[in-house]
Ligand binder design. Structure first.
Ligand code: ATP
Length: 323
């Protein structure tokens, strides 16, 4: 019995219904195909116990429309059972309905990677329901790439190709490691990006032009040093530019940066409220927005500060210290 199941076995249903009075209209959007799809019965059962109206997705992109419907229904507590892709669609639905500040959002990790859930201290489905009920509410930043919202990251270049190219089968077998495996395969064939990046930081504009392996823009995720959770409430992106370098240096740089926490020659890190990424030769750049692919020659990114209320677990740290 895992921790989640142990806790579930000791919780009486009447305790579950003793929720917050103010959250009187609740809806749960369930992706029955995410992860290994073994969460369906558990989410349906617990969702009903906790008093949620459950809407199940029937196809790719469906969570956008279901979220818009939930807003029209006047829902004020919205649970998302799925992975990061489902969450991305729900955020898009909230933006479409102009309702980012009208609902309180909680996640029930039922995907493959569940990066967002992990970063806000939600580790299991049962615990996720409890966090929705009793957890702290925090207002986090939402990033926009053009007019498309993202909460975790916008990645251009090598890692975008890797995260998009990672097959469902690989993800199922290897989880997080699948991204690393695909990344190593991709690095051998990747040509690099010819880009200009203009960053607005502390009111000052700085431009970087050159050949890059990738540009990583994190809201919830931090990519430098040991990575981990970024400050999601500071109104700033964590921007990392990894310059083009010989493949043989790449691993050394990655190890120095991630494991040893050293700054390295080929990696620039800056915090910014807004940035523009332009391809210099008019070629489209492949981006990954919260893991979903998109393609642009030019992208303007900005942060909407403290735009979304989310239910966070006790492990969530509003001001994580960079390690
Ligand atoms: N009924 C459905 N049939 C097929 N695809 C669906 C259905 N409902 C949702 N989807 C799609 O499933 C995709 C994957 O969902 P999601 O990203 O949440 O799970 P995951 O890939 O397992 O997890 P993670 O993104 O955390 O690694 C999304 O792109 C979504 O559009």
């Amino acid at each position: 019995m895992n921790q989640d199941e142990e806790k579930e076995a000791t919780d009486a249903p009447e305790d579950k219904r003793r929720g917050r009075q103010e959250a009187n209209k609740r809806c749960l959007i369930l992706n029955p195909t995410s992860g290994t799809a073994d969460h369906i019965d558990k989410v349906r059962r617990l969702g009903t116990d906790w008093g949620y109206h459950i809407k199940e997705t029937e196809r790719e992109g469906h969570a956008v429309a279901l979220t818009r419907e939930a807003v029209t229904d006047g829902v004020d507590l919205l649970a998302v059972a799925g992975g990061d892709g489902t969450l991305h669609e729900v955020i898009q639905g909230l933006v479409d309905a102009d309702a980012l500040d009208e609902v309180t959002l909680g996640v029930l990790p039922a995907g493959t990677k569940n990066i967002f859930a992990t970063n806000i201290g939600v580790t299991g489905i049962q615990q996720g329901f409890e966090v929705l009920e009793y957890g702290d509410r925090r207002r986090i930043d939402v990033g926009f790439a053009g007019d498309e919202p993202f909460v975790m990251s916008c990645i251009a270049g090598l890692l975008a190709n890797a995260s998009v190219a990672t097959s469902g089968e690989l993800k199922e077998r290897f989880g997080s490691l699948a991204f690393v495996i695909t990344g190593v395969q991709e690095v051998l064939t990747f040509d690099g990006l010819n880009i200009e990046i203009t960053v607005v930081s502390n009111g000052e504009e700085t431009t970087w032009t050159g050949e890059a392996l990738c540009a990583l823009v994190g809201n919830v995720r931090r990519f430098v040093k040991q990575g981990g959770q970024a400050n999601m409430e500071d109104g700033l992106f964590d921007v990392v530019i990894v310059k083009q370098m010989p493949t043989s240096d790449l691993l050394i740089e990655a190890v120095a940066h991630r494991l040893l926490g050293h700054d390295t020659e080929h990696v620039s890190h800056v915090q910014a409220r807004q940035l523009e990424i332009d391809e210099l030769h008019g070629e489209p750049i492949e981006f990954s927005l919260d893991g979903e692919p998109s393609s642009h020659e030019r992208l303007v990114l900005h942060v909407c500060s403290n735009a979304l209320t989310v239910c966070v677990g006790s492990e969530y740290d509003p001001e994580p210290v960079e390690k």
